[in-house]
Design a protein around this ligand. Structure first.
Ligand SMILES: Cc1ncc(COP(=O)(O)O)c(C=O)c1O
Length: 420
């Protein structure tokens, strides 16, 4: 276990030596005193993105009007290739920026199931993100297939051994999150992909919490399919379009279920019947969100400039530091680590368990520290490496210590009862 000195000057020293420190200044910081540890939910606004969106709106839309479609039409592929080459380990022609993660998941899961006729099982884990479980259950129901759930420890995540036990000759598709949304546990993509493919099934990875926080090597792992969002570590903004990846060798043999005109071979031929485009293009559906896709490009450029290797390194050090301070200050007050302790086994966020996590989260927001709450009793803290200083982590943990010690969270009502 890594140990760190407890005084704030240590964090200040880390910030002074941080090669990525200056990137913080390239984001909107209207309240410089705010400590933001929720970049894994909604990333901060890059200043370059605000400028680019203004240009898209005023210049490309306002002045260019419909003429701008000449270059807008290729934006989902351009943004996809940029994202693929810098952050997904994907050669050109395999990634599109389009639709939402949920919709992309549906398109790819349905296509994958149909590509394995005679196989009737989709596998996921019972702690996968809700939209993944719901979509996969819906796809299974539509096609008369079964959804098999791997029981997963919510703090340590899904293991290769559990996947091996869950797949067999009936399995068509295994769909898992690369980094677990609650604990941050990082799944072994290479090993799991091998296990699934050895069983004759396809893999579909949800990269929402890993893209931009950990290096992703889709081509090198031999992954089949992947989806992910862009509003977390990619900082593309609320509702910005998601992405999808289809391995080059697979695209031509899959038929996606949303047969929109943007996926048509000769889109402007306006022909009588759907005839899918030959490669990745067939996974487009309808008119793309241009301002949102432009924001994805800007977000990717910023992370590419920082370098995913350096971001990963800083993310591991920030979360190691957070855990060390939590061990020293918060464990004696009843906060228990609910994420993998080994940095190599987690993404860039950490969960702490406490029966009053919800109220502690409210009290933190009042004190100017934005984290997150996740059921059933988790305080989720995500120090996104490009926007977070080591001193932010020290300040956030110090504030948490004061709130838990003084029970200041009792100023807030308990978590409202959920509708059952
Ligand atoms: C792992 C995971 N998948 C999917 C989503 C959400 O998908 P969508 O953008 O379609 O709402 C999230 C949102 O936080 C997520 O964490």
């Amino acid at each position: 276990m890594t140990t760190f000195p407890g005084d704030r000057s240590f964090a200040e020293g880390c910030d002074a030596a941080d090669p990525l420190a200056s990137f913080r200044e390239r984001f909107a910081r209207d309240d410089p005193s705010l400590i933001y540890l929720d970049g894994n939910s909604l990333g901060m606004l890059p200043l370059a993105t605000a400028e680019r969106i203004a240009e898209v709106v005023r210049g490309e839309w306002g002045a260019g009007l419909v003429r701008s479609w000449e270059h807008w039409i290729d934006l989902p592929r351009h943004a996809g290739d940029l994202l693929g080459s810098h952050l997904l380990g994907a050669a050109p022609g395999q990634v599109l920026v389009c639709d939402s993660t949920t919709v992309n998941l549906y398109k790819l899961a349905r296509a994958a199931l149909d590509a394995r006729p005679g196989r009737t099982v989709i596998v996921t884990d019972d702690d996968n993100f809700p939209t993944d479980r719901y979509v996969l259950a819906g796809v299974a129901a539509e096609r008369g297939a079964d959804l098999r759930l791997i029981h997963t420890d919510m703090d340590t995540g899904v293991t290769a051994g559990a996947v091996r036990d869950a797949v067999d000759g009936a399995t068509a598709l295994v769909s898992l999150s690369h980094v677990a949304y609650r604990s941050g546990a990082l799944a072994d993509m290479a090993q799991i992909t091998r296990i699934v493919q050895d069983a004759g099934a396809l893999t579909l990875w949800d990269l929402c919490h890993s893209v931009g926080s950990v290096p992703v090597e889709l081509d090198a792992c031999g992954a089949d399919l992947a989806v992910g969002c862009t509003y977390k570590y990619l900082n593309a903004g609320p509702g910005a379009p998601a992405f999808l990846y289809v391995a080059a060798g697979l695209a031509g043999s899959l038929r996606q279920p949303v047969q929109g005109w943007f996926g048509q071979r000769d889109q402007f031929g306006m022909g009588p019947a759907y005839d899918p485009a030959p490669g990745i293009g067939r996974f487009l559906t309808g008119t793309p969100d241009i301002a949102g896709t432009a924001a994805v490009e800007e977000g990717v450029r910023l992370l590419a400039e920082a370098g995913i290797g350096r971001l990963r390194d800083k993310g591991m050090r920030l979360t190691d530091y957070l855990i060390a301070l939590a061990d020293d200050w918060l464990a004696p007050l009843g906060c228990v680590l609910a994420s993998p302790r080994d940095a190599a086994r987690r993404g860039s966020h950490v969960c702490l368990r406490h029966p009053e996590a919800w109220r502690i989260g409210r009290a933190l927001i009042r004190a100017g520290v934005i984290g997150d709450y996740r059921t059933p009793d988790r305080l989720r803290l995500g120090p996104a490496p490009i926007t977070t200083a080591f001193a932010d982590v020290w300040d956030a943990l110090d504030t948490t210590r004061q709130i838990v010690e003084s029970k200041a969270y009792q100023d807030f009502r308990p978590e409202p009862a959920r509708v059952t």
